[in-house]
Design a protein around this ligand. Structure first.
Ligand code: GLN
Length: 325
């Protein structure tokens, strides 16, 4: 097991930042005011069309424990498939490398919920960050327990990571996920048909629908993901949350597959490992520095937040935080 302290000694201390981060976030929100409310809300999930499309928030969590935020960064939204990053962390912790027998590591280049690809590839999803892959991960997470136990574990993990025990599932969103979940059920049945699920489809989708409905703020989300920026180690306590090698692999997947068939564009424009959700949230990781969470509900044609991705682009221009810099 790698030593978390090694990671800590490599921290670029945030105080070394050449800019005032609060000013940078305020300026970033001001920069995108012309885009506020733009993009489309995902009509296949009715609960997400009831959100005010003009919401706009961004938060940064640094390895020294400080957080900075601007706009609606303390308003909760359903994190949708950003949750896939956390369920993947837990599943890797619990079942280890055998997870990769069930799910691949390649970019999908297809929509989040492509059935075609799953059929062609005989029920083994391309990667754990698209819908089908996330459901395979959930199936593994259930393991020998029940769907409810798996959901509770995930909730406890998130609450502990963000240091806020009030994080909950938005039940109305969870119901809406299930009501609008025909396509996700189809994906799950495909995988079951190819013997790639060990639990009944309804159990698996019930975990997936609930994890998509977890309500968090940008600030909570950024804090919860800090271990991914520090080789799997909580930079504040030194606790190892995930093996360093696994944390790095999750970051690699976030670069190649974090935004469905929009991942290349995101890497090109922002240059950080990231994960989008169809609620308009985006989580981005700045290795050895911290994390960024942005939220703006309107989406581009690939399902990534239109204004959220522009905010990240503007912030990275100011901070120089691209991993390719
Ligand atoms: N609940 C959404 C769905 O299953 C999540 C997808 C996403 O955020 N990419 O369609």
């Amino acid at each position: 097991m790698s030593n978390g302290k090694d990671a800590m000694t490599q921290v670029n201390h945030p105080l070394d930042l050449p800019i005032d981060l609060q000013e940078a976030l305020d300026a970033t929100v001001a920069d995108v005011s012309a885009y506020q409310g733009q993009g489309v809300l995902p009509s296949y999930l009715p609960s997400l069309t009831q959100v005010n499309p003009r919401k706009l928030g961004i938060a940064v969590a640094l390895g020294d424990g400080r957080t900075f935020a601007a706009g609606d960064a303390d308003e909760a939204f359903s994190i949708q498939s950003i949750s896939n990053v956390f369920s993947l962390s837990l599943a890797l912790q619990q079942v280890g490398g055998s997870l990769w027998n069930h799910v691949g590591k390649e970019a999908s280049g297809s929509a989040i919920n492509s059935v075609v690809q799953l059929e062609l590839e005989k029920g083994k999803p391309r990667n754990p960050l698209i819908n089908a892959g996330a459901m395979v991960v959930d199936d593994q997470l259930i393991g020998h327990d029940s769907a409810d136990v798996a959901v509770n574990e995930l909730m406890e993990f998130l609450r502990e990571r963000c240091g806020d025990c009030t994080v909950e599932i938005d039940q109305s969103v969870a119901i809406s996920e299930s009501q609008g979940g025909s396509l996700n059920r189809s994906l799950a049945y495909y995988m079951a048909a190819f013997n790639n699920l060990s639990h009944p489809v309804e159990d698996v989708v019930s975990v997936y629908f609930r994890q998509c409905a977890i309500a968090m703020t940008c600030r909570q989300l950024a804090k919860a993901a800090l271990y991914l920026a520090f080789d799997g180690t909580d930079p504040l306590t030194g606790d190892q949350i995930l093996l360093a090698s696994r944390a790095r692999r999750i970051l690699a997947l976030m670069v190649t597959s974090g935004h469905y068939d929009n991942s290349g564009d995101f890497a090109f424009r922002i240059g950080l490992p990231g994960k989008s959700g169809v609620s308009g949230g985006i989580l981005a990781i700045v290795p050895r520095v911290g994390t960024i969470a942005a939220w703006s509900p309107g989406l581009n044609s690939a399902g990534t937040s239109l204004t959220g991705s522009i905010m990240l682009e503007k912030l990275v221009e100011r901070t120089g935080w691209s991993i390719f810099a």
